[in-house]
Design a protein around this ligand. Structure first.
Ligand code: ASP
Ligand code: CP
Length: 356
């Protein structure tokens, strides 16, 4: 990296991508169709392989000499736990920092110094941070600090975003792609499908990352269903226009529920608002998914949610015993996708595919 940190951070995300190569996962724009298909194939292979004792032993033999740090200073249940399980399945040793107040950042240590400290002890940093640029800062530092050798190549310690600010959640979007591909297995995959994103599209980092990935699929159309103040932002709309991904906005979920192939619900991201502790903004009725919507969905359609969910999905939908409700499978898929992500980063993806 021949840029100063300031110069690197002054670049728009897309222009940072060539500097990141495949040494970190920070932005959905890093992925092309080939690498998305590869990650889905690898995730599926790991999932099947882990079902047998021999397969599980093989997986856990692969990365025994590496240590991962899960540095999560924003709340998380499934991203933290699924990365933790994925690392354990690959045999990695694991450490975690989850609370700035009990790390030396509370003594005023900068993020750059903290990251430099972490990577003197560990070989992978998975991080969730409220600052959208924290991953880029960590990657820049990683290029200056201790290197590791993977398959004969000297590389910076991999930095993986587990959610950054309101902007991106790239590994979530990979697991969403995996879930969509599996849901559409019998009907030609994601190509040609119409996907409706619902809820807080302005601050929802999952829907932003997923929208970026849509440029990799043929004939996909996006429908944005959100209250006006939470509609999809111009930077994403501009990206979609540039990549010829058609989109339209609707003012209620009902307006398109019967026409689309997938519905991706999201929660109002009110942690960014100044609300009294313990209070939450209710989802407006037009953007709540109810049993009647399930009845109106296409027979081949699927209902996703990155989770955690609140009132934007009627509780009865959970118990409808309908295969089109896939969000619980989606969170389990996240673990397999994260096994694939780490395996690929540490150069053992091919060994897994060859053994299968
Ligand atoms: N868990 C996802 C995220 O961290 C979605 C959400 O929290 O609503 O972005
Ligand atoms: N989907 C997701 O990122 O969940 P957590 O916030 O629980 O990690």
């Amino acid at each position: 990296m021949d840029l100063s940190l300031q110069d690197f951070l002054s670049l728009p995300e897309a222009e940072r991508v060539p500097y990141i190569k495949d040494h970190a996962i920070l932005y959905a724009q890093q992925f092309d169709r080939e690498s998305l298909d590869y990650h889905c194939r690898l995730a599926d292979t790991c999932r099947k392989m882990h079902k047998t004792g021999e397969g599980a032993d093989f997986l856990s033999s692969l990365l025994r000499h590496w240590t991962a740090l899960n540095f999560f200073v924003q709340p998380s249940s499934r991203t933290f736990l699924s990365f933790n399980s994925a690392q354990s399945m690959l045999g990695m040793r694991r450490a975690s920092v989850r609370d700035i107040n009990i790390s030396s950042m509370s003594k005023g240590e900068t993020l750059t110094d903290s990251i430099r400290t972490f990577i003197s002890y560990v070989d992978l940093v998975v991080m969730r941070h409220g600052d959208s640029d924290a991953g880029a800062v960590a990657y820049w530092i990683a290029t200056k600090a201790r290197k590791i050798v993977i398959n004969g190549e000297e590389r910076p310690i991999p930095i993986v975003s587990g959610g950054s600010g309101t902007k991106q959640h790239p590994t979530q979007s990979l697991l969403d792609i995996y879930t969509l591909e599996k849901s559409f297995e019998q009907i030609g995959g994601i190509d040609g499908k119409t996907i409706m994103l619902v809820g807080d599209l302005k601050r929802g980092r999952t829907v932003r990352s997923l929208s970026y990935l849509m440029k990799n699929y043929n004939g996909v159309e996006l429908v944005f269903a959100a209250p006006e103040q939470y509609q999809m932002q111009d930077d994403i709309l501009h990206f979609l226009d540039t990549h010829h991904v058609p989109w339209r906005m609707v003012d209620s979920l009902s307006a398109a529920v019967a026409d689309v192939d997938a519905i991706y619900m999201t929660r109002i991201q009110d942690e960014w608002d100044d609300l009294a502790p313990g209070t939450h903004e209710a989802a407006s009725d037009e953007f709540c998914f109810k049993l009647e919507h399930l009845r109106n969905m296409k027979p081949t359609a699927c209902l996703l949610h990155p989770l955690p969910k609140r009132d934007e999905i009627e509780e009865a939908v959970d118990y409808a015993d309908d295969d089109r409700v896939v969000y619980w499978r989606q969170e389990r898929n996240g673990m397999w996708m994260r096994v694939a992500i780490i395996a690929k980063l540490f150069g053992v993806g091919e060994a897994i595919l060859e053994r299968a």
